[in-house]
Design a binder for this molecule. Structure first.
Ligand code: NDP
Ligand code: GDR
Length: 372
């Protein structure tokens, strides 16, 4: 059997890294598109790197960008993929309000550029396309839990761009019989989640506060509720979606929702510290209520969480909770991680990282050394 060939856009991101590992383990030849950057941006996939001078190389990187259709067309022509996973995106909802046009170009038009390249290259019968759609499409709450039939009401430039990508994927499926699917994935996190998404921001800060490297964390809306799963569970289902008999759209979620405030409490509780919150809105604060861990010397009553309204969004998505019944019944997908396991995984990893930082700081190694 010849090896299956996959092309992943956004290979340097959280999902791109886990998906690459997953597909390589399945025996795929994996091609990834990475952006040129002034510094190495491949931390998440460095462990998968294979020297191109060796024989039988199965992990191959190409420079590219979703805003450049000639580049995308050339890579797809060269790679002749059986499966394309379009994961690349300007994926930060808050930042999309600052970079609305770029977000539309990358997240919306980028999907069209991929689909159109597949069509123009005559690959519609060969290549299957996965589009990284999102629970942000639901936006303003219409119904809960959200399913494949819940109406969309996007609440950010990011979500509006992703809505175009969603429908153009459906349209290419219907118009050209292309095997193109949307995975409507709810939030999924991991130890390699980007540091400015709220879960990772919290696990990093909790670890730093516990080790005395940081005083407190500033957050935005503590009332927002999200359905958080583990990225490892979610990349597995991306692959399952493209192995299905029919091209369809799928909701992927855990079915449980948790507020940002409770997520903070869970992270502190992982290290034996309980918090209490007082006040509301911008004046709400989180204090240490009890500390049952002798390794961490946090005094009772210490203020560790504050609200800064600069993290509020012009329009917010208040409540996401997904119903993945269709994927469970038709694809046989089941998540292996629950929220507690996710918190444990992220906290253990960030505690290790921050201990390394503490060690380097104690030894006098800081970024300032470069400029002295
Ligand atoms: P990340 O932000 O971690 O990764 C995004 C990837 O896209 C990075 O590799 C980034 O490159 C790349 N990228 C950004 N802009 C461009 C561009 N113009 N051209 C080419 N590549 C680009 O996102 P995730 O891994 O978390 O998410 C993967 C996809 O799934 C995204 O499309 C996201 O919108 C979507 N999604 C994510 C969910 C989640 O909870 N994680 C939930 C639902 C959908 P670089 O490393 O150089 O920045
Ligand atoms: P989200 O993730 O917007 O759901 O998009 P994020 O972690 O950024 O925000 C989740 C919720 O937390 C609230 N929040 C904060 N968010 C951030 N980033 N920083 C803060 O300090 C903070 N304080 C409170 C937010 O207001 C929000 O309600 C993610 C991305 O991965 C998208 O690409 C993906 O499509 C969706 O998940 C599903």
């Amino acid at each position: 059997m010849p090896k299956k060939v996959a092309l992943i856009t956004g290979v340097t991101g959280q999902d791109g890294a886990y998906l690459s590992e997953f597909l390589l383990n399945k025996g795929y030849e994996v091609h990834g598109i990475k952006r040129r950057a002034s510094q190495f941006n491949t931390d998440r996939i460095d462990h998968l790197y294979q020297d191109p001078h060796e024989e039988d190389v199965n992990f191959i990187l190409h420079y590219g960008d979703l805003t450049d259709s000639t580049n995308l067309t050339r890579i797809i022509k060269q790679v002749q993929p059986d499966e394309i996973y379009n994961l690349a995106a300007m994926s930060h909802v808050h930042v999309s309000f600052e970079m609305a046009e770029y977000t539309a170009d990358t997240d919306g038009m980028g999907a069209l550029r991929i689909l159109e390249a597949v069509r123009l290259l005559g690959l519609t019968n060969k290549t299957r396309v996965y589009q990284a759609s999102t629970s942000e499409l639901y936006g303003k709450v219409q119904e809960v839990p959200q399913t494949e039939t819940t109406p969309f009401y996007p609440r950010s430039p990011y979500a509006v761009a992703k809505m175009y990508a969603y429908w153009i994927t459906v349209n290419y499926r219907e118009a050209y019989n292309l095997f193109a699917c949307n995975g409507i994935l709810f939030n999924h996190e991991s130890p390699i989640r980007g540091e400015t998404f709220v879960t990772r921001k919290i696990t990093r800060a909790t670890s730093k506060i516990a080790l005395g490297l940081q005083e407190k964390i500033y957050l935005g809306n503590l009332d927002a509720k999200r359905d958080w799963g583990h990225a490892k569970d979610y990349v597995r289902v991306m692959w399952m979606i493209l192995q299905a008999d029919e091209a369809e759209d799928w909701v992927i979620a855990t079915g449980k929702t948790t507020s940002v405030r409770d997520f903070v409490k869970m992270c502190f509780s992982h290290i034996g510290i309980s918090l209490e919150f007082k006040g509301n809105g911008v004046s709400e604060k989180g204090y240490v209520k009890a500390c049952d861990n002798n390794n961490y010397n946090l005094e009772i009553g210490k203020e560790v969480v504050c609200v800064d309204e600069k993290y509020y969004r012009p329009t917010e998505v208040d409540l996401l909770i997904g119903d993945a019944t269709k994927a469970k019944e038709k694809l046989g997908w089941e998540p292996k991680y629950d929220l507690k396991n996710l918190v444990d995984d992220m906290m253990s990893s960030d505690l290790k990282l921050m201990k390394k930082e503490e060690y380097l700081k104690a030894g006098g190694y800081t970024i300032k050394n470069y400029f002295e």
